[in-house]
Design a protein around this ligand. Structure first.
Ligand code: SF4
Length: 459
């Protein structure tokens, strides 16, 4: 199956695609499996074991509440954030969940067993869910790996991913393949991606779904700009987007290009503040990096000729091009901070955004590839060290900085003719190799870097 643009851009909840969305999906898959096997009525107890990074930083990422809600049958795509708060408050008071919405079981966040130093082999984000009958015998168990961007695989699927054919088949497993297709058929990167999407749905459906993704992104940034106060958690991080929006709207009512960078920063901040507070978000391609693509899309729609002339058409081309580049990262490397550090999350998002903007600015496929390569080349080695395990510092500002980097990369690529020394494939492979060499301290465990340099006051 091809990696679709809708796998890379999916609607979910904050604060983390790998630690919130993925675990909720995994818990949902577990419940679906119990129902499909006719085992649900036998279940009297459920045990949840969290391993590696999920155990180390799950508390700051909302992993445990997400699993409880997933076991109840909620899904990240459709859950209303108000319902979420209401259900979690009830679970905390009663100490019970409704498995699949039907079976009342005693289970709370503190019942989950944490194994932060245990790696389950395939990926640092692992969880095992075990259903037990009234007599104590096991009914069913499964281990899931949350491999980044909200993607979840079982133990068997993870083995297949490593030893068999790649799980995804993007139709172009390398940037070289992608460029060959665009050259052979004289098409843009976005058109190559549209062809692949049309293998499973109509072009009209693809366009409508992409515009819906854009609408959710815009709703998220608008909400982020309207909310004041502090972000959740004991870091006491103040929301800045609302203040900035009020001041910027007064200073720049006409969207003067001189203020473009300020608006881009603002959009990234607003999206990531919403993410940090568990709001409705488009995973792009992860939640921690979810502000970069909306911020650069904002730039494309407000400060380029193509975007100002036909915003819907520009949005569709932008997201398809970003999706084509993102599928290469997913196929050849990783978009998981727990696997390769922040270079895989923020770096991949910046690379996707840079390539997409290059196409909107009129770049050739070679210039698109060059822009994507530049953005990743200068993200290599970026570590993941969120303070307190919260997707706030350095994540929120890093999105704004990286959106600016993506715009600069696109503009640099447009000044050249597309020829360059290091290919996108080489830089993707280097990102993966760097991630494999990186100490576990810098891979979403909050045991190195800023996470230990700054004291966090316990509540
Ligand atoms: S540092 Fe980067 S990879 Fe780590 S949580 Fe923050 S955004 Fe995600």
């Amino acid at each position: 199956m091809a990696i679709s643009v809708f796998d890379l851009f999916s609607v979910g909840i904050g604060p983390s695609s790998s630690h919130t969305v993925g675990p909720m999906r995994a818990a949902g898959r577990f419940v679906d499996e119990l129902v499909a096997r006719g085992l649900l009525d036998e279940v009297a107890d459920v045990r949840v074991d969290l391993f590696g990074s999920l155990a180390a930083t799950g508390a700051g990422h909302g992993t445990m509440p997400a699993i409880l809600l997933g076991l109840e049958g909620y899904r990240p795509e459709t859950i209303e954030t108000d319902d979420m708060e209401r259900r979690l408050a009830a679970i905390r008071v009663e100490g019970k969940i409704q498995l699949a919405g039907r079976i009342l079981l005693a289970l709370t966040e503190s019942d989950m067993v944490l194994h932060p130093l245990t790696q389950r082999g395939h990926h640092p984000n692992a969880m095992t869910v075990t259903a037990v009958a009234a007599g104590g015998e096991e009914v069913y168990h499964e281990t899931y790996f949350s491999i980044g961007g909200g993607f979840v695989v079982t133990e068997a699927e993870a083995t297949h991913r490593e030893t068999g054919e790649p799980v995804g088949d993007s139709g172009f497993r390398s940037a070289a393949d992608l460029l060959a297709v665009t050259e052979r058929d004289r098409i843009a990167v976005s058109q190559a991606m549209m062809r692949l999407e049309c293998a499973t749905r109509t072009e009209t459906e693809v366009r409508e779904r992409l515009l819906h993704i854009r609408d959710v992104m815009v709703a998220c940034q608008t909400k982020g700009m309207s909310r004041d106060g502090y972000l959740p958690g004991n870091l006491r991080v103040r929301r800045r987007a609302h203040d900035w929006f009020v001041r910027l709207a007064a200073e720049d009512p006409q969207r003067d290009p001189a203020f473009a960078e300020d608006w881009v920063n603002l959009v990234a901040l607003a999206v990531n503040e919403e993410n940090a507070s568990g709001g409705r978000i488009v995973t792009a391609p992860t939640n921690g990096a979810a502000g970069i693509i909306p911020a650069v899309l904002y730039y494309a729609l407000h400060y380029t000729r193509a975007g100002l002339t036909d915003p819907d058409a520009a949005t569709i081309r932008f997201l398809l091009t970003a999706g084509a580049i993102g599928s290469l990262y997913k196929e050849r490397a990783s978009i998981s901070g727990a696997e390769v550090g922040c270079q895989g999350e923020v770096g991949s998002a910046a690379s996707m955004a840079a390539g997409a903007l290059a196409e909107i600015l009129g770049g050739t496929p070679q210039q698109v590839e060059n822009a994507a390569e530049i953005a990743m080349e200068h993200s290599l080695g970026l570590t993941c060290d969120p303070i307190g395990g919260l997707v706030q510092i350095p994540c929120i500002e890093r999105n704004a900085i990286s959106a600016g980097k993506a715009i600069n990369a696109a503009r640099m690529a447009l000044r050249g003719d597309g020829t360059h020394r290091v290919s996108l494939d080489e830089v993707i492979d280097t990102m993966w190799a760097t991630g494999m060499d990186m100490s576990a301290k810098y891979k979403e465990t909050s045991t190195g870097g800023l996470a230990v340099a700054v004291n966090v006051v316990e509540c």
